[in-house]
Each structure stands twice: as structure tokens, then as C-alpha cells.
Design a protein around this ligand. Structure first.
Ligand SMILES: Cc1cc2nc3c(=O)[nH]c(=O)nc-3n(C[C@H](O)[C@H](O)[C@H](O)COP(=O)(O)OP(=O)(O)OC[C@H]3O[C@@H](n4cnc5c(N)ncnc54)[C@H](O)[C@@H]3O)c2cc1C
Length: 469
């Protein structure tokens, strides 16, 4: 069994970390669980925010391990063909870029275009996340294909020592799976940066499954497909129901409309829940040109869809079932029953795409003391801070506008859970709320590493840099 242990590194002084950890991990020290040592910091997920946290952890002298269920940047890779709407300068973490450049790698943008360059998800991964992970591997342990199954304290139960710093007396125990084997990693602090892309929301009324949705779940495409690339054959010449009124659904219908120009018979019905006159909110003077362009193109498409396609608003998926054609006469279809402004509408589709959002997998920390927001399922303090940041009484500008730039700078208090030294960071910290930017996650990581450093290295202390709005 391939097992993981901390290998005698950790309580090093900041600045010495890279050199000391380099000798202690992949460069010669045995990698086995029999050494009962404890990592300072375990990061769950090697996405953009997990890697930034690892870079900061290394800089702060924390013995750091990153546990990644798939491969580095796994979630970003899954929508890798799509263009980001934030420029490269907003997508690279300050510590990540320091580590990358210190390792002798080139900046992740072309000299001619500079940090305003716009990347696809694939380019973000290949030019920044993968080289950053490689640069970090000499100083931190980064474990691909290592899924965290559960996080607890080593013996305290969820209800023991409620919200007490005494829980720190015991390290965290992470149950992890590598291939078919399970083993345990222990750590003084844990950052859950595992994202939400792995857990799509249900498409039925009120966020619950539509009637029959669970039994035809395999027939519903719940992530961002690539109709002009690797998924072309699935959509060409077919009729697709697209559910959702966010940027992902907009990206899908724009791609389908381009496919319809190339492949006769390709058509879609775009069903959105709201009754707004246009599916997407457009922000006046939006500083993110990619987002502004996507919203205006999608709204124009809704107003003037290609022949055979349409946009319907006020629509809810009530029920769905697979219909089998007579033997040999074609592929199975999906019959969808919608409620459109209260009126029933039933029709058959070749494909159903539900781009209706994602939610956090809170089963990972079920045995820890985490107070969750009743609206987002993110940690309560993070959600409350976001609601308050808008400066409106109900927080509607930040919390419900869809404008991720409306979030103010991250305050350390907004990240604290009743469970000491456990932090939920990155897009997962926003729970079901999709209005998240990597830039916010990088600020969170800096605050959380500073907080952990203050606890583990009190003599050195730790402070996060001030962030501009
Ligand atoms: C189509 C699309 C476009 C986007 N465009 C932008 C944009 O322009 N700008 C922007 O700032 N944001 C954008 N986002 C949001 C973007 O996803 C996040 O900002 C970013 O990926 C968040 O990084 P993260 O590290 O928090 O999570 P993720 O990128 O989701 O990474 C989480 C990692 O954790 C791993 N993981 C999951 N579960 C486990 C487990 N149990 N054990 C171990 N590892 C696990 C995953 O495999 C993954 O690698 C976009 C999202 C989508 C879907």
C-alpha cells in the first residue's frame, strides 16, 4: 500500500522552508506512514486556491501536504476549452507567481500581451497551475489521485469541547484513498479547497430533483460540455434542452448556436427560471470585458435564436423520463415536463444539459464543528461577511447580483469556524453561490496561512498582506 506521512519537516523558520523541505520529501526521505509525524498543514485539492495556499504554507515554513483527488487543476481541466472572463493578472496568486518565477519558469503570459492576456481554463492550467505544482513539489508534498474521504479530529467527537481551542490538542485525521487503498494523514491545520464542480445541483423545482431525475441522472449532462470540440458528435444534428440562467448555461447555448450554423438539425430550447426580460444580468460598465461580452451575446441570442431553437423563461423542470424508441429505430430520448409560467409543456429531447450550479460536499467535514449558512451551505462567517460587504441592508448587491467583483477584501474573521485551524477556502467557501473569483480565494489563503502560522509558530507570527479593493 502506498502510504503517506509527514517526514520530519514542519516547524521550520520562514525562509528556510524551501531548502529544508526539499530534502525531506521527494528527495530521499522515506515516504511511509509508519513515521507517526504530523503535517503542519494539509490542503485538500490542488486547484488554483489549494496551490496558492501550499505556496504560502511553504513560504511561511509550514510542513505542507496537498491531497488531490484527480490531477493538479482537475476541475479547471474539465472546462478547459472555455475562456475565463477574468484576465491572467487576476487568476494568478501572488505567492504562486513568486514561487513560479523563483523556480526559473517564465511568467504564464506572452510577453507581447502581458498579464491582461485572456486564457482558457486549459491555458491557465498548463501555463500556471502545472508549472507551479512542479515548482512546489520540491518543497511540499503534492499527492495526485489521492482523494480525501473524511476529516475529523483524531479522537474528539463532533460534540466534544464545543468551539473550544482545546480541540487543538488533537491533530486532524484525514482518511484518504489512493487507488483501492485507504490510509490516514494527520495534520495540525486543514484547508478544504476541494471546490464544488464535482457536485452539480439538482435541476428540479426548489433545487431538489425533478420527478424521475435521479433515475435518468446518467442521461443528463451536468457540467460544461464542449459542443464545438470533444462533444460535437453528442450534439450535432440533435435537439437539446439547456437548463440554467448563469454564465455556464450561456456558454453552452452560444456554443450550440455556432454548432447549428455548421450542422443542420442542431437546435436547442434554453429554459431559464427567472421572468427577467433577458436571461443574464448585464452590469453597466462591467470591468470584466469577457463577462460583459458573454452576457450580451447570450441575451442577444435569447432575443433572436436560430431557426428551430428558442428561449423560454419562467420555466421549471417538473419531471423527466427516458423514452426508448422501437428496437433499431434510434437512440433513447429524454422526455421533459416543464412548467412555463405555470403552464405545462412536455416534449422530447436528444440531450439535456443542466447548467444549474454546484454545491459543496459537506460530508468531508461532517465530524468537525462547522456552522453552515442556511442559504448557501458555505461556512456561516464567510456567507455573513459577504452579505454584509454589499453595504445594502439585505446584502443583495453582493449576495444576489451575480457580480463577483462586488465582494470586498477578505477579513480574517470571515474565515474562522468553530473548529479551530480548519478553513474552507476557494469556491467551496461560497457554497451554492457561484459569484466567486479566484482572486478572492487567493486573499482567503493568505489570511488563513497567517492565522495558522500565528498558532504554530507564535514566535514568528504571521500577517496577511493588505488587499486593495
Ligand atoms: C466555466 C467556468 C468558468 C470560470 N471562469 C472563471 C473566471 O474567469 N475567473 C475566476 O476567477 N473564476 C472562474 N471560475 C470559477 C473557478 O472555478 C474558480 O475560481 C476556481 O477554479 C476555484 O478554484 P478552487 O481552487 O477553489 O477550486 P477548484 O478549481 O474547483 O479545485 C478544487 C480541487 O479539489 C479537488 N478535489 C475535490 N474533492 C476532493 C477530495 N475529496 N479530495 C481531494 N481533492 C479533491 C478537485 O479535483 C480540484 O482539483 C469559472 C468556473 C467555471 C466552471
Amino acid at each position: 500500500m502506498d502510504v503517506i506521512a509527514r517526514t520530519g519537516v514542519g516547524a521550520s523558520a520562514p525562509g528556510q522552508a524551501l531548502a529544508r523541505l526539499a530534502g525531506a520529501t521527494d528527495n530521499g526521505v522515506p515516504d511511509n506512514l509508519e513515521s507517526p509525524q504530523i503535517w503542519d498543514l494539509a490542503v485538500v485539492g490542488a486547484g488554483p486556491v489549494g496551490l496558492e495556499a501550499a505556496a504560502l504554507g511553504v513560504e511561511a515554513g509550514l510542513g505542507t501536504i496537498v491531497l488531490e483527488a484527480g490531477e493538479v487543476g482537475e476541475h479547471v481541466a474539465r472546462w478547459g476549452w472555455a475562456e475565463l472572463f477574468s484576465p491572467a493578472s487576476m487568476n494568478v496568486g501572488p505567492a504562486g507567481i513568486r514561487v513560479l518565477l523563483d523556480s526559473g519558469s517564465a511568467p504564464p503570459w506572452q510577453p507581447a500581451s502581458g498579464p491582461d492576456e485572456v486564457h482558457t481554463g486549459r491555458q491557465l492550467r498548463e501555463r500556471f497551475l502545472l508549472p507551479l505544482a512542479d515548482a512546489l513539489r520540491s518543497a511540499a508534498r503534492i499527492r495526485d489521485r489521492t482523494e480525501v474521504l473524511a476529516i475529523s479530529r483524531t479522537s474528539f467527537l463532533k460534540g466534544d469541547e464545543i468551539a473550544s481551542p482545546r480541540r487543538r490538542a488533537e491533530p486532524f485525521r484525514l482518511l484518504v484513498r489512493q487507488s483501492d487503498d485507504e490510509c490516514v494523514v494527520t495534520a495540525r491545520a486543514v484547508f478544504d479547497c476541494s471546490g464544488t464542480y464535482g457536485r452539480p445541483a439538482w435541476a428540479g423545482p426548489g433545487g431538489a430533483p425533478a420527478v424521475g431525475e435521479r433515475s435518468v441522472s446518467d442521461a443528463i449532462i451536468r457540467h460544461l460540455p464542449d459542443p464545438l470540440g470533444s462533444d460535437k458528435v453528442r450534439f450535432a444534428g440533435r435537439r437539446t434542452l439547456v437548463l440554467g440562467d448563469g454564465h455556464s448555461a450561456a456558454t453552452t447555448v452560444l456554443a450550440l448556436s455556432r454548432l447549428a450554423e455548421q450542422e443542420p438539425g442542431t437546435a436547442f430550447v434554453w429554459a431559464t427560471r427567472g421572468e427577467r426580460p433577458a436571461p443574464l444580468v448585464e452590469f453597466p460598465g462591467d470591468p470584466l470585458p469577457g463577462r460583459a461580452g458573454l452576457a450580451s451575446r447570450a441575451n442577444r441570442l435569447a432575443a433572436n435564436p436560430p431557426t428551430g431553437s428558442e428561449w423560454i423563461r419562467g420555466a421549471t423542470l417538473e419531471a423527466v423520463r427516458r423514452t426508448r424508441p422501437p428496437a433499431g429505430s434510434g437512440a433513447a430520448r429524454i422526455e421533459a415536463r416543464l412548467s412555463v409560467s405555470g403552464a405545462p409543456r412536455c416534449e422530447s429531447f436528444d440531450k439535456v444539459v443542466a447548467n444549474v450550479g454546484y454545491e459543496p460536499d459537506n460530508s468531508l467535514y461532517r465530524q468537525l464543528q462547522v456552522h453552515e449558512c442556511y442559504a448557501t451551505l458555505g461556512p456561516m462567517n464567510t456567507s455573513a461577511a459577504r452579505m454584509g460587504a454589499a453595504g445594502t441592508e439585505d446584502g443583495s448587491e453582493a449576495a444576489g447580483s451575480g457580480n463577483c467583483l462586488a465582494a470586498g477584501p477578505v477579513e480574517a474573521d470571515s474565515l474562522v469556524n468553530p473548529e479551530p485551524d480548519f478553513f474552507v477556502l476557494g469556491v467551496k467557501s461560497y457554497g451554492k453561490n457561484p459569484d466567486f473569483l479566484m482572486r478572492t480565494g487567493y486573499q482567503q489563503a493568505a489570511q488563513a496561512v497567517a492565522a495558522v502560522t500565528r498558532v504554530l509558530h507564535p514566535a514568528v507570527g504571521g500577517s496577511a498582506p493588505a488587499f486593495a479593493r
